[in-house]
Design a protein around this ligand. Structure first.
Ligand code: ZN
Length: 414
């Protein structure tokens, strides 16, 4: 034992000297090289503490900067627990200032694979700084972090390819986005039954890139419509169900928030976009083509109910500009059925009818009623927690809501 003593001493000396010679830990890396990724300024507050801000998007006039989207991947975590501070939620909407759309209710989502998401559970809201602080779970080397679960264009394209293989669906490419991405219309019906005996239902999503939840609702509705479920077979035999899964794919792919890549809002300008006007076809093809498809369909066989899917932070409601009593009765029935038999959890007491001279923008998709008598409804669903669901909505909740909504639209249209 005595002989080992000097060697032991050397080892002890080496170990004691080691901390000074050890390389500093590799830094956490912020990566935005994936579809829908988006991030603004990063402040490094420490090795494992960061303050981040959404990048935001302004319209073509330099107005209406909206900050409701951010998504990033953190690499090289090496199992460390990282504390994030997220702030910069101010912006502008309808030319008026927005003071922080986020608040104490707000919980972002985190993922280990960029596909399956869960909400951050513990977080603190700093009301003075308008900043959310939370610590990410330790143990991973890589984590995705976003406002709500991502739904990139590649998932919508995979959905369309699945529909293409179904004997019940017909896919039409109705036009292209500014950057040449396809705009698809999916038509689902039982081909052996005459169309004249059927009701016509229209559902569209993703005018606004950040509103990824609405893609899950539409996917749930479309997958159910194509399924072997006896209720789906009945749906197809009694209805023509039309889907436009993604209206603003360029913005989705590029991690933008609201506007198309020319800076125009696909849920405004509906009164201005004239389908005979080539200027609008270039400036806002996302409306131009969808509007033309809507008007063509309505002229061929009239649409009984149309639903335009959107997200808000905390509000949930159904709204229309329709002023015809019979159509309003159909919409009210849909509203009440959805409230009774789905997770639709309205924050307004009933179907909101915006009169022609009422407040709020008059140029949304709902204006298609005034121009072409298409019975369009806006459905806003919240990304925050609802009392009916009792938690933050998950992807599975949205898929299920979509299935319910398409069935209830058919029921109301009957
Ligand atoms: Zn929207």
């Amino acid at each position: 034992m005595k002989r080992l003593a000097p060697l032991f001493l050397i080892i002890v000396i080496t170990l004691r000297a080691a901390p000074a010679a050890a390389p500093s830990p590799r830094p956490v890396l912020f990566n935005t090289a994936f579809e829908s990724a988006s991030l603004g300024l990063i402040e490094v507050l420490g090795e494992t503490e960061f303050r981040i801000r959404p990048r935001g998007q302004q319209d073509a006039r330099g107005r209406n900067r909206q900050t409701t989207w951010w998504a990033v991947r953190l690499d090289q975590l090496a199992g460390r627990a990282v504390t994030m501070r997220v702030t910069g939620f101010d912006g502008e909407y309808n030319d008026r200032p927005v003071i922080s759309w986020a608040g104490p209710w707000y919980r972002p989502v985190v993922s280990r694979d960029g596909k399956r998401w869960s909400h951050v559970t513990e977080a603190e809201w700093d009301a003075e700084r308008k900043e959310l602080r939370f610590t990410l779970p330790a143990g991973a080397d890589r984590l995705w972090l976003a406002h709500i679960p991502l739904y990139p264009t590649e998932r919508a394209l995979a959905l369309i390819e699945d529909a293409r293989r179904s004997p019940h669906a017909r896919i039409e490419r109705i036009g292209n986005s500014v950057l040449g991405r396809p705009l698809h219309l999916v038509r689902v019906t039982e081909a052996t039954r005459p169309d004249a005996a059927k009701k016509v239902i229209w559902m569209q999503a993703r005018q606004h890139a950040w509103e990824a939840d609405t893609s899950c609702i539409l996917e749930g509705a479309l997958r159910f419509s194509l399924s072997d479920d006896p209720a789906a077979a009945r749906l197809r035999s009694e209805n023509i169900v039309l889907f436009v899964p993604m209206i603003n794919p360029d913005a989705v792919a590029r991690g933008e928030v609201r506007f198309n890549v020319n800076g125009f809002d696909p849920n405004r300008h509906w009164d201005e976009v004239d389908v005979r006007d080539e200027v609008w076809r270039t400036r806002l093809p996302e409306i131009w083509h969808v509007k033309r498809a809507l008007i063509d369909q309505h002229a061929r066989q009239s649409i009984d109910l149309a639903l335009n899917l959107h997200n808000t932070e905390t509000g949930e409601y159904l709204e229309t500009m329709v002023d015809d009593d019979a159509v309003l009765a159909r919409m009210t029935l849909f509203h009440d059925l959805a409230r009774a038999r789905s997770t639709f959890d309205p924050s307004r007491p009933k179907l909101a009818v915006t009169p022609a001279n009422g407040g709020g923008p008059r140029n949304t998709t709902n204006a298609i009623w005034s121009e072409a008598r298409v019975p369009m409804m806006l459905l806003e669903t919240r990304v925050g927690p609802g009392s009916k669901l009792g938690r933050y909505p998950a992807v599975e909740d949205r898929l299920e809501l979509g299935r319910r909504l398409v069935e209830l639209m058919a029921e109301a249209a009957r």
